[in-house]
Design a protein around this ligand. Structure first.
Ligand code: 13P
Length: 258
């Protein structure tokens, strides 16, 4: 089965509204010569406060080459949850994808596997696509429990989802020690872990579902690393942090994934 590649830019807590508009326009401008069908699925994930402005820039351009994601959501529909945004609210702002379970949210904001699972259900119930993050710490890698840890994160994140829901979801494998450090995980090792994740999906569901789900690599992805990463059998794209904040590096990564 051929899976459409995905290049997603996680802007994290960067960019005021005007910066977000400029970056969005810059990315679209950099892709203007390329036929939409030749492009990977290109996704940008601004902060909550820039989603409206970025969505407006995307709409005004109308090229449909870049899609919008949020970096987080809450799983309840509405109510007394001060400071949170529901999936419906994010959908209303133009989001088609929502990143959940990022290691920074797990580490600094106490996001648990159970919350990731509830968020995944709410996202899928609203017709959006979850980008489910997983990844091991350096201590876990050195202790030899990487596969066990990742398999556990994925099994818990997918609990009670249907095969159809899982098939259209996206997983991002982001080793924590590779995030923001400049130390990219070796491509063959990233591919090995991602193939292991695909096997977990196969054992929980079936071969078709495992073949359909897109699994990305994240962690210090750069223009220089993307070709080798994309050449691997099981890596379907990248979740890019730092290099997604500049038009040049992000568009080079998008083009490198073609
Ligand atoms: P960097 O690309 O900056 O390492 O960040 C990766 C990441 O956390 C994307 O979600």
């Amino acid at each position: 089965m051929s899976r459409r590649p995905v290049i997603a830019g996680n802007w994290k807590m960067h960019n005021l509204q005007q910066d977000a508009v400029d970056l969005t326009n810059g990315v679209m401008q950099s892709l203007r010569e390329i036929d939409k069908a030749a492009l990977p699925e290109v996704i940008i994930a601004p902060t909550f406060t820039s989603l409206y402005a970025a969505n407006k820039a995307l709409k005004d351009c109308g090229c449909g080459k870049v899609r919008l994601a949020a970096q987080n959501c809450y799983y309840e529909e509405k109510g007394a949850f001060t400071g949170e945004c529901s999936v419906q609210m994010l959908k209303d702002t133009g989001c088609e994808y929502i990143i959940i379970g990022h290691s920074e949210r797990r580490q600094y904001f106490g996001e648990t596997d159970e919350m990731v699972n509830k968020k995944a259900k709410a996202i899928l119930a609203n017709g959006l696509v979850p980008i489910i993050c997983c990844g091991e710490s350096l201590e876990q890698r050195e202790a030899g429990v990487t596969d066990y840890h990742i398999a556990s994160q994925i099994t818990k994140a997918l609990r009670d989802l249907t095969a159809q829901e899982v098939a259209k979801s996206i997983i991002a494998y982001e080793p924590i020690w590779a995030i923001g450090t400049g130390k990219t995980c070796d491509s063959t090792e990233a591919n090995r872990v991602i193939a292991m994740i695909r096997n977990v999906v196969k054992s929980l569901y079936d071969a078709n579902t495992a073949d359909s789900i897109r699994i990305l690599y994240g962690g210090s992805v750069k223009p220089e690393t993307i070709k080798e990463q994309m050449a691997q059998s099981d890596i379907d794209g990248a979740l890019v942090g730092g290099a997604s904040l500049k038009v040049d590096s992000f568009s080079q990564i998008v083009k490198g994934a073609m």
